[in-house]
Design a protein around this ligand. Structure first.
Ligand code: HEM
Length: 450
């Protein structure tokens, strides 16, 4: 479409206009030159249903509430100090995954499933580790969360005619609003129980005792902000909306990227060899991967960056909407329309990428690329005011999970399995055929897996 229709095109579905931006030059006009104007979200019905009417970070418009939540999340919850403090949960959960895969050696496993459960467990523990520590009933919480979040992502992917014909929205003909409500009610119940349990147990002990080694989990940080008297206090709804963002924005994105990376590496033995050689050099065959190794794994980092170039999990980012009419590329963009930044196409623009269809991690071995959207030929996490709020955690999870799977095991395809990199486009870019792979033991000391 980008080749046929040029750098920018508009189409109308029902009464709603949609604008697609296909070049780094025009993306710059949106996320740099006019970032403020374009920093509202296109709030479709499913998103509003999920986020208590847009009271979260991801689907809120640019308003004081959004700025407050984003600030708490980025500066406090994901501060370097807190990321360091929560490293134990990531280590523990990644180790459990390795043990689990070890028990399935020689059998076919679905890589996306392994990645989903690891990401879910890491995030749930980062959010409310201390709840489960103190004996509050959290049995099967991770599993329940897993089911609900995957249902939410499915509902998100459904085309809802009511988004294009607002006059029929109240009839909810396709049941999107109804189905989302069912999932949200389940999530709401889970979050309410967890928050109320924590409030009760906080009464019973002094604040010094909260958290392992004095560290606070996300929930405790939110509760501390809840009672601030300086205008930054949070309502119960805002807290739940933020916790929900972490789960919905963090799990599927991470798992899908792990699956694309594993497929790209497994399908090219040369790349697999380089990744594993680097792991031997940095980690050693008599060790398991630790987070302290990750910054030294330059080739793996380049491979993940190349994965996100070719298979950006949100190929159009999260759609934005201009707060007033404005001009982009000489065209008038009406207030309130839906803006899609087509990074799938930008990441394959031959003016910026040599052999853009070739999977080649070495192009990222030079330093000029990062995940913060500074170079608009590459911005898989977005750019500007609405840049992904979870980058530091996402980066750690991706590196840790992939390094551990590739260091601890050799991977092969089942006999009848063909290489398949076909993509399904939706709000998320999914692999058409789930990657199925057979792990075998790579480290000679079995004790390392226990
Ligand atoms: C591979 C992993 C991930 C990718 C590729 C990714 C990508 C993105 C993208 C493209 C956006 C929209 C940016 C824009 O509209 O300009 C976004 C938004 C967001 N992401 Fe991520 N994300 C990932 C993981 C995470 C994780 C782990 C978390 C939380 C722990 C997270 C939290 C968020 C939030 C809260 C937003 C909304 C930001 C806002 O609207 O202000 N993401 N992400």
């Amino acid at each position: 479409m980008a080749h046929t229709y040029g750098p920018i095109f508009m189409f109308k579905l029902g009464s709603k206009r949609h604008v697609v931006i296909n070049t780094p030059e025009l993306a710059k006009v949106v996320v740099r030159d006019q970032d403020e104007v374009f920093s509202n979200r296109d709030q479709h019905i499913a998103a509003l249903g999920l986020t208590y009417g847009g009271q979260d970070i991801a689907f809120s418009n640019n308003n004081p509430n959004w700025r407050k939540l984003r600030k708490i999340f980025v500066r406090e919850m994901l501060s370097n100090k807190n990321l360091k403090a929560s490293s134990f949960f990531r280590r523990d959960e990644v180790r459990k995954t390795v043990k689990n895969v070890f028990n399935r050696i020689g059998t076919a496993v679905k890589v996306h499933e392994i990645a989903i459960s690891t990401a879910t467990n890491v995030l749930t523990r980062t959010i409310w580790e201390n709840t489960s520590n103190k004996g509050v009933k959290t049995t099967n919480l991770g599993a329940e969360m897993d089911i609900v979040t995957s249902n939410v992502v499915k509902i998100f992917g459904r085309v809802n005619l009511a988004d294009f014909f607002p006059s029929i929205a109240r009839f909810d003909l396709q049941g999107v609003e109804r189905d989302m409500k069912i999932q949200v009610n389940k999530l709401d119940k889970l979050f309410t129980t967890i928050i109320e349990d924590r409030i009760k147990s906080n009464f019973k002990r002094s604040q010094d005792e909260v958290g392992s080694e004095g560290n606070k989990d996300f929930l405790q940080m939110l509760l501390d902000n809840k009672d601030e008297k300086d205008g930054t206090s949070l309502s119960m709804i805002q807290m739940k909306a933020l916790l929900l963002d972490v789960m919905v924005a963090g799990i599927e994105t991470t798992a899908t990227t792990v699956e694309w990376a594993m497929a790209s590496i497994m399908y090219d033995q040369n790349i697999m060899k380089k990744v594993q050689e680097e792991l031997v050099e940095v980690v050693g065959l008599d060790n398991m991967v630790e987070e302290s190794h990750l910054s030294k794994l330059k080739y793996l980092d380049a491979t993940i960056k190349e994965t996100l170039r070719m298979y950006p999990v949100l190929p159009f980012l999260l759609p934005r909407s201009p707060s007033k009419s404005c001009i982009v590329g000489g065209y008038t963009i009406p207030k309130g329309c839906s803006i899609f930044l087509n990074i799938w196409s930008i990441h394959r623009d031959p003016r910026y990428w040599d052999n853009p269809l070739e999977f080649n991690p070495t192009r990222f071995l030079v330093d000029k690329w990062d995940y913060r959207g500074n170079n608009l030929a590459y911005f898989p996490f977005g750019s500007g005011r609405r840049l992904c709020a979870g980058i530091p955690l996402a980066e750690k999870m991706l590196m840790f999970i992939l390094a551990s799977l590739l260091h601890s095991f050799n991977w092969s395809l089942p006999m009848d399995e063909e290489r398949d990199l076909t993509q399904i486009f939706g709000i998320a870019l999914k692999k058409r055929k789930p990657l199925i792979a057979i792990p075998s033991q790579r480290l000679s000391d079995v004790k390392l897996y226990m």
